[in-house]
Design a protein around this ligand. Structure first.
Ligand code: HEM
Length: 508
C-alpha cells in the first residue's frame, strides 16, 4: 500500500510536469504570453520602451536560467531529489555556476532559489510582510480551504495559537509521555522474530499517537482503515490534479478525503454534544477556544474538520520518516547506537520498578538522543525547502525578486554546507552536536528542519518527544537490526524508503 502510493507519487510527479506543459501552453496561447517578455528577457519584437523596462528588470534578477520553455528546470530538479545517490546535484551545479541565489523556473513558476541560510531565514521571517506561504493547488483541495496552511493573518494566528497552547499545556505534558510509551510498546512488542517494514510500522505508531492526542480515538480496525485513507489523501496532495481519471492518485485522494470528512464530521458533531466531558485532546481545546477565546466568529464543523485533517496528515508521515531514517543511519554507526543505548540503559537502571513510566525529567536527560535526532533531521530533511510567493518586489543581495515570483528557501543546502558542518557533511555524526548551544538547535539559519518564523512547525516539540521515547524503547529492547534487502532513501516529494526498510531485529 505504502509502496503503491510512493510509485504513484513518482509517476504523478512526471505527470505533473506534462500537465504543466499543457496548462501553460494553453495559457500562453490565450494570453499571447511570451517566455521572454514575461521575464524581462530581451525580445526583439517588443517596442523600445518595453525593451528598456525588461532589460532593467533582467539586470536586477539573480543569475540563472529559466530552462526549457514551459518545463523550466523542473525535470532536473525532480530527478536530482529523486536520486538516492546525488540528491543535491541540482543545487550543487547551480551553486557552482551562479552562486547561492539564482533564478530558475520550477513547477510552472519563475522561481528564485536560495541556498544561502541567512536569505532563507530572512524569507521565512518575513511571512505575511514580504512573502506569503505558497502550496500547490492540490494541497488546498485535498486538505481543505480551512487548513492552517491556507489561513492568513489573524485567522492563521488564532488557529496556530490553539494548537501551540494545547501542546504547551500542563495537561498535555502530564499525559503525553505515557501515551507515547503505550503506542511505542504496542508497536515494538510486535517486532520480534519477523521481518519488519520499519516505515509502515513507524507510520502506524505515529498515527496512533496523533489520533489519540487530537481526537482521543482508540486503537482498532477503524484506525487502521483511516491510516489507509490518509495515505491516499497525502499521495493525492503530492500528485497531478487529474480529476477526470478515476484511478489517478489525485482522484483516489479526493474520494478518500470525502470518506474521512464523513467520519470526522460524525466524530466532531458527536463531541459537540459531549462538551462537558474531559477529553484532554486538541478537539476539546478547539471547542474551549470557541466558547471562551473571545473571538467574534466561531469555528464551523467544516473548519475544524479541515484543521484536524491536515494536522493528522502532518503529524504522522514526518515522524515516521525520521524514525525510519534514524534506524537506517544507526545500523551503519555502531558506536552511535552503543552510546545511545548506554544513555537509555542508564535511565532504565535509575528506576526502582523497571515497568515504571518515563518522566519529564527522564526525557529532558536524553542529551545524546537529541544529538541523534538533530543529526537525522539534518540529513533526512523532511521538507527539502519552503516555497513562498513575493508580495512585492523584494531586494536581496543586490538582486530583485519580482512581485508574484516564487521563492524556494532550499533548507537542505545549509544542512550540508561544509563551512558549517565540516568537510564530510553527509556523514551521520551525532557528536557534531555536542558543543552546540541551544541556540544552534532553535532558530539558527544553519539548522531549520522545522522551518522558521510564523509558519514554523507547530508539532516540533511533540515530534522530538515522540522520537525520544520511541528510541528509548527501541534500543533497550533490541541490540541491533539487519537489512534483509538493500533499500534507498529518496527525497522527492518527501523522504521515503523505496522498500519501506525491511529489517530483522536482534533482541537484547
Ligand atoms: C520530524 C517531524 C516534523 C518535521 C521535520 C516537520 C517540519 C515542518 C516544516 C519544515 C514546516 C514549515 C513549512 C513551511 O514553512 O512552509 C512545518 C509546518 C507545520 N507542521 Fe511540521 N514537521 C514535523 C512534525 C509535525 C507534527 C508532529 C505536527 C502535528 C502536530 C506538525 C504540524 C505542522 C503544521 C500544522 C505546520 C504548519 C504551520 C503553519 O503553517 O503555521 N508537524 N513542519
Amino acid at each position: 500500500m505504502v509502496m503503491e502510493w510512493r510509485v504513484g507519487v513518482v509517476m504523478g510527479s512526471l505527470g505533473l510536469l506534462l500537465w504543466f506543459v499543457v496548462i501553460l501552453r494553453k495559457r500562453s496561447w490565450r494570453a499571447g504570453w511570451s517566455w521572454s517578455s514575461r521575464y524581462g528577457v530581451n525580445n526583439s519584437k517588443k517596442n523600445n520602451n518595453n525593451k528598456a523596462a525588461a532589460a532593467a528588470v533582467a539586470n536586477l534578477l539573480p543569475p540563472g536560467s529559466l530552462g526549457w520553455p514551459l518545463l523550466g528546470e523542473s525535470l532536473q530538479f525532480v530527478a536530482s531529489l529523486s536520486s538516492a545517490l546525488s540528491p543535491d546535484s541540482f543545487a550543487q551545479q547551480h551553486l557552482a555556476k551562479y552562486g547561492d541565489v539564482f533564478k530558475t523556473h520550477l513547477f510552472g513558476h519563475p522561481t528564485v532559489v536560495s541556498l544561502d541560510p541567512e536569505v532563507n531565514k530572512f524569507v521565512m521571517n518575513n511571512e505575511g510582510r514580504l512573502f506569503v506561504a505558497s502550496h500547490p493547488e492540490s494541497f488546498e483541495e485535498l486538505f481543505g480551504k480551512y487548513t492552517i496552511l491556507a489561513a492568513r493573518g489573524d485567522v492563521h494566528k488564532r488557529k496556530r495559537a490553539v494548537v501551540v497552547n494545547f501542546i504547551n499545556s500542563e495537561k498535555f505534558r502530564e499525559s503525553i509521555i505515557p501515551c507515547v510509551e503505550t503506542f511505542a510498546l504496542l508497536t515494538l512488542n510486535n517486532w520480534k522474530d519477523r521481518v519488519v517494514y520499519v516505515e509502515r510500522e513507524a507510520q502506524k505508531f505515529a498515527f496512533r499517537v496523533i489520533m489519540k492526542k487530537l481526537l482521543s480515538l482508540p486503537v482498532g480496525p477503524d484506525l487502521e482503515d483511516m491510516l489507509k485513507e490518509f495515505s491516499m489523501v497525502v499521495a493525492g496532495s503530492l500528485s497531478v490534479r487529474l480529476k477526470m481519471i478515476p484511478w489517478s492518485n489525485y482522484s483516489k485522494g479526493l474520494k478518500a478525503r470525502d470518506r474521512i470528512i464523513k467520519k470526522l464530521t460524525g466524530i466532531i458533531e458527536g463531541r459537540r454534544k459531549d462538551f462537558d466531558n474531559d477529553y484532554n485532546d486538541l478537539l476539546q481545546a478547539v471547542f474551549r477556544e470557541d466558547r471562551h477565546g473571545g473571538a467574534t466568529t466561531s469555528f464551523s464543523t467544516e473548519d475544524i474538520v479541515d484543521q484536524i485533517l491536515f494536522l493528522l496528515a502532518a503529524g504522522y508521515d514526518t515522524v515516521a520518516a525520521i524514525i525510519t531514517s534514524t534506524m537506517f543511519f544507526l545500523r551503519r554507526a555502531p558506536e552511535a547506537l552503543q552510546t545511545l543505548r548506554e544513555e537509555h540503559e542508564a535511565i532504565k537502571k535509575g528506576k526502582i520498578n523497571p515497568a515504571e513510566n518515563l518522566t519529564w525529567a527522564d526525557y529532558k536527560s536524553m542529551t545524546f538522543t537529541q544529538h541523534v535526532i538533530n543529526e537525522s533531521l539534518r540529513i533526512t530533511n523532511v521538507g527539502f525547502g519552503a516555497f513562498r510567493t513575493a508580495l512585492e518586489d523584494v531586494k536581496i543581495k543586490g538582486y530583485t525578486i519580482p512581485k508574484h515570483w516564487k521563492v524556494l528557501a532550499y533548507l537542505r543546502s545549509a544542512h550540508f554546507n561544509p563551512s558549517i558542518y565540516g568537510p564530510d557533511p553527509y556523514a551521520f555524526d551525532p557528536w557534531r552536536w555536542q558543543d552546540q548551544s541551544e541556540n544552534m538547535i532553535n532558530g539558527e539559519a544553519s539548522f531549520m528542519p522545522f522551518g522558521e518564523g510564523k509558519r514554523r512547525c507547530v508539532g516540533s516539540d511533540l515530534a522530538r518527544l515522540e522520537l525520544s521515547i520511541f528510541f528509548h524503547h527501541l534500543v533497550t529492547r533490541f541490540r541491533n537490526w539487519e537489512l534483509i534487502e538493500e533499500d534507498r532513501l529518496t527525497y522527492f516529494p518527501t523522504p521515503h524508503f523505496m522498500k519501506s526498510l525491511p529489517v530483522v531485529l536482534e533482541a537484547s
